[in-house]
Design a protein around this ligand. Sequence first.
Ligand code: RIB
Ligand code: CA
Length: 326
Amino acid sequence: MPVPVILDCDPGHDDAFAILLAAAHPSVDLLAITTVAGNQSVEKTTLNARRVCEAAGIRGVPIAAGAAGPLHGRSEGVQLLAENIHGGSGLDGPDWRPTFGAGEPAVPQDPRDALALLVDTLTGHPAPVTLVPTGPLTNIATLLLAYPRLTARIERIVLMGGSAERGNTTPAAEFNILCDPEAADIVFGCGVPVTMFGLNATHQVRATPEVVARLAALGTPLSRLCVELLTYFASTYREVYGFDAPPLHDPLTVAHLIDPSLVSLVRAAVRVELTGTWTRGATVVDLDGVTGLAPNAEIGMEVDAGGFWDLIVEAVRVLGGAPERP
Ligand code: RIB
Ligand code: CA
């Protein structure tokens, strides 16, 4: 049976590939997409989710806009809207005009907001649903606060965020968590099973020139779009972080759902730092059990990058209509 999933995201180049993988693979039933401010404004992340679905021929998956900012207002000094990585549109690289001109994608925005779509989907689906957040956790925390009884309709939360090592936006904090630490604290403490794919795992899946060449070889409009996205993403990750190839963080969540053998997991206690002068937004992961705190999450650790990229390339092949290898 495919895993019923709601993807909560802030497209964002890597979020875009999470959408593609979730839509393409038969092991996942993508029920809905909700968007949140993070990499860009929620208006732009919502438009980008629509653009990706349009370009990939993904139809019938409702897309609803969510939070425009964190639960309790901006953290002081936190740089939001990762324009330095994802560009002014949030999905820089491709020239989107030929597809949409000055207009909008034909894929519509759902008239409901993200909270309503989350509630309707969770209550309407016959089985508990897996939530896959790949942006700031504001929408998920808002849902948990407003509808605590709906936790019974949530199978698990499989998120990209945090790190068992260092951060990427401050030395201690990863971007998604830092954008809304209070929301993350609520999610890690809600009692629903949480699986966390942090930077310590996602930095193992870098889109190398070999991966980009595999996508280019598919020779479809969608694969060309993916190459343009990854080429831009590589340029900003090189400029900002000095990476030789960009880590494609978000789709590791979906890849885990498809093939749990791809990433090793350990159970650990996780706490989100809320008050540290220099450490606010850090995920403090007690891998050695020294705190005595009960483990409250599974932590992704070692990744089979080859198996991950095989899934990504196959998803782009299938959605783009490229023939199977001769
Ligand atoms: O820190 C990486 C995360 O922040 C990814 O989800 C990326 O899309 C941004 O949201
Ligand atoms: Ca993201």
